[in-house]
Design a protein. Structure first.
Length: 157
């Protein structure tokens, strides 16, 4: 197997790992029947102490967040599989890592803000992990792309 293909497969696998995390998060949020332990920690209330009307509002917002995760995961999956892996579209080498970085930076910012304000054990470190994985995948994709361009020059010249 050529070195450029190895780096392309590594980047694809890392992007798909991020996609799996996003899809998993969507299912966790969409199927939740109450808020998460860190929500209870941040609010200082357990679910049963919250009035039923407010529970409905909070659960609706949690499910809305789950739908956002799902839309992100489906769109990202399409970009990774079709545009990046199958079509090898050059634009996808940049749009995929940019979308991941922007999305998980937003998740980080929100969860870290709650952590700083309340000292609740929010999952902000997971967002950092996804951003680092994105950077590694982007580096692998750029190496693959550069090796591909260099090989193309050799065969042309």
């Amino acid at each position: 197997m050529k070195l450029k293909n190895i780096f392309k497969h590594i980047s694809t696998a890392l992007y798909l790992l991020i996609n799996l995390v996003a899809f998993t998060m969507s299912m966790v949020f969409l199927t939740s029947r109450e808020f998460f332990p860190y929500h209870a920690e941040a609010s200082g209330m357990i679910w049963s102490e919250i009035p039923s009307g407010l529970q409905l509002v909070l659960l609706s917002l949690i499910r809305l967040a789950g739908f956002g995760w799902l839309v992100f995961a489906l769109g990202l999956g399409f970009l990774i599989i079709y545009c990046y892996h199958i079509r090898n579209d050059v634009l996808s080498y940049f749009t995929i890592p940019a979308l991941i970085f922007i999305y998980f930076s937003g998740v980080f910012g929100i969860t870290y803000y709650v952590y700083i304000q309340t000292h609740a054990n929010t999952p902000w470190t997971s967002s950092i992990g996804m951003i680092i994985t994105d950077i590694i995948a982007f580096a692998c994709s750029m190496i693959s792309w550069r090796l591909s361009k260099a090989q193309h020059k050799v065969t042309q010249g």
